[in-house]
Design a protein around this ligand. Structure first.
Ligand SMILES: [Zn+2]
Length: 152
């Protein structure tokens, strides 16, 4: 193993019991201090910016990755919607559908149209609301009303 590149390391800096900053070395590969635990996220970001500024490839790469991730999240948030054409957007597991009727609640059971994978309509439970999917959403066929349990 090669010795750690001093350019890529920093001191933990979290206060020791005597109030002095901790001098344990950390780096992006192992940013946790053995005494003080994980470095605060702000510290990591600061290190990435610093490396970026100094033209250090590892820092640049990590920062770029983090920024790409933030951009993806922002894009996803911008696409996120709870209604589509005025209809409620409902999640059934990983997939979202639109529902034309009184608002569904979590746990409601519905009949969904078949798809390319499963030709027959299928039952599924509402697991959430809204979507960031930008394609066309299929429509829930109907809500499955709870059957009366009493047999009177
Ligand atoms: Zn420490």
């Amino acid at each position: 193993m090669s010795p750690p590149d001093p350019e890529l390391t920093w001191l933990c800096g979290q206060p020791k019991t005597n109030g002095e900053p901790c001098r344990m070395r950390a780096d992006l590969g192992s940013p946790d201090c053995r005494i003080h635990g994980p470095a605060p996220v702000d510290t990591l970001r600061l290190r990435m910016w610093d490396m970026h500024r100094r033209g250090i490839a590892a820092g640049r790469e990590l920062l770029a990755r983090e920024q790409a991730q933030a951009a993806r999240e922002a894009e996803r948030a911008a696409r996120w919607r709870l209604t589509e054409r005025g209809l409620q957007v409902v999640q059934f597991g990983r997939y979202a559908y639109v529902w034309d009727g009184p608002p569904l609640k979590l746990g409601d059971r519905c009949l969904l149209p078949g798809n390319w994978l499963v030709a027959d309509p299928m039952e599924a439970e509402v697991t959430g609301f809204g979507t960031d999917y930008d394609g066309t959403l299929a429509q829930v066929l109907r809500k499955i009303e709870e059957e009366a349990t009493s047999d009177r």
